[in-house]
Design a binder for this molecule. Structure first.
Ligand SMILES: *Cc1c(COP(=O)(O)O)cnc(C)c1O
Length: 359
């Protein structure tokens, strides 16, 4: 066994996907499973599919390519607009792209024609979060231009909230999106088949039965992977919150002062640290660091252990109050948040281990 390890429970992921897809289905929506928190690790994507996801979305073309090469034949959705240099690859590995620029759609159309296919696009509308998307007042014009491009099938519109600006998806925001849909339908003289309403931040609306009818799908990662919604980080009822565990080996346990001694300058990352003096404490170091996880996103499973911080390769823990005495060579378990999961998934130093039973 080599550590650190990311333990991935595909049964729990499948179960969570089932819970989410059923909730969405009751409101007339389908599920796009988003596995980018795991680099679209194929066992995770397939667990989402067997839990009822209609399609798989990812923000990276390479992740979609890997999924295709692992045998997946269903719909792939590229969640981040491809750059002009990537449009050809986007056409090869994605069926649908979320886009906001006419030039991008033109280049996708050109590549699609070259490859003898059609590429589907969803026009992203920025409803205030100020990440991707055109403003509402420009939506109809852009939609008209995109729908005229050869090689492109203009599917409809989408939005993404709560990612940059922290803007919460509300009933009003969803109704704004549906109003844009109607305006575009009037301008094009045809119906739009897709209204992609958002991400795991929309799950509160779903749980509270507040999603307006007309949204056709949500693109959900976090709620399936971690069992939480993304506005208040509350649990999605019926979902597991422990489908992933980060496991690392203890390489030092010593009693030391809790406050560094000597003249204090910058730490390894350019910050001047501050410490509370809690006297002499038992401390442990695990062989995992910022290259592999986000230390602020780790919750120790064993009661009485707290994360003090981390440098690139060392995770520092206070284990004075640990229920079971921590010793060198022990493997400690941590629940990762999204940020820690993302880093563990992308770190080549973290071994991925799949289990498929609910214990
Ligand atoms: C990452 C992403 C999602 C999924 O977000 P979660 O909060 O993990 O559900 C959905 N849509 C877009 C555009 C994304 O980039």
């Amino acid at each position: 066994m080599r550590f650190p390890e990311l333990l991935i429970n595909t049964k729990k992921i499948q179960h969570n996907a089932q819970v989410v897809s059923t909730l969405l289905g009751e409101k007339g929506m389908s599920l796009v499973g988003v596995a980018k928190g795991t680099m679209c690790f194929p066992p995770v994507a397939f667990a989402m599919l067997s839990g009822g996801a209609r399609a798989i979305g990812d923000s990276r073309i390479l992740n979609l390519k890997r999924l295709r090469e692992s045998g997946y034949q269903g719909e792939t959705v590229l969640l981040r607009a491809p750059g002009p240099s990537e449009c050809e690859e986007a056409c090869m590995w994605a069926d649908v792209s979320l886009v906001s620029t006419v030039l991008t759609a033109e280049l996708l159309g050109e590549s699609a024609r070259k490859l003898g296919k059609k590429h589907k696009v969803v026009l992203m509308i920025d409803l205030g979060d100020l990440r991707e998307g055109v403003l509402v007042e420009d939506a109809v014009q852009v939609a008209k231009e995109m729908s005229r491009i050869k090689g492109i099938e203009f599917l409809g519109i989408g939005t993404n909230l709560a990612c940059y600006g922290g803007v919460i998806p509300t009933i009003e925001k969803m109704n704004d999106l549906l109003a844009v849909k109607r305006d575009i339908e009037n301008a094009l003289g045809r119906e739009l088949v897709r209204v992609s309403g958002g991400n795991s931040a929309n799950m509160l609306l779903v749980i509270n039965d507040q999603m307006p009818r007309g949204i056709t799908e949500l693109r959900i990662g976090e709620s399936i992977l971690l069992g939480t919604e993304a506005v208040k980080r509350t649990k999605v009822p019926g979902c597991f919150q422990d489908a992933f565990l980060v496991r690392a080996e203890v390489i030092e346990v010593l009693r030391k002062p809790s406050k560094p001694f000597g003249e204090i300058g910058q730490d390894a990352f350019g910050h001047v640290p501050h410490f509370e003096d809690r006297g002499i404490r038992r401390r442990a170091i695990c062989a995992i660091g910022r290259q592999d996880i986000d230390p602020d996103g780790l919750t120790p499973v064993q009661p009485g252990i707290t994360v003090l911080g981390a440098s690139s390769d060392h995770l520092l823990l206070d284990v004075e109050d640990a229920e079971e005495e921590v010793k060198v060579g022990m493997i400690l378990d941590f629940l990762p948040n999204y940020s820690a999961l993302l880093r563990a998934s992308t770190s080549p130093f973290v071994r991925k281990e799949v289990v498929s039973h609910v214990s």
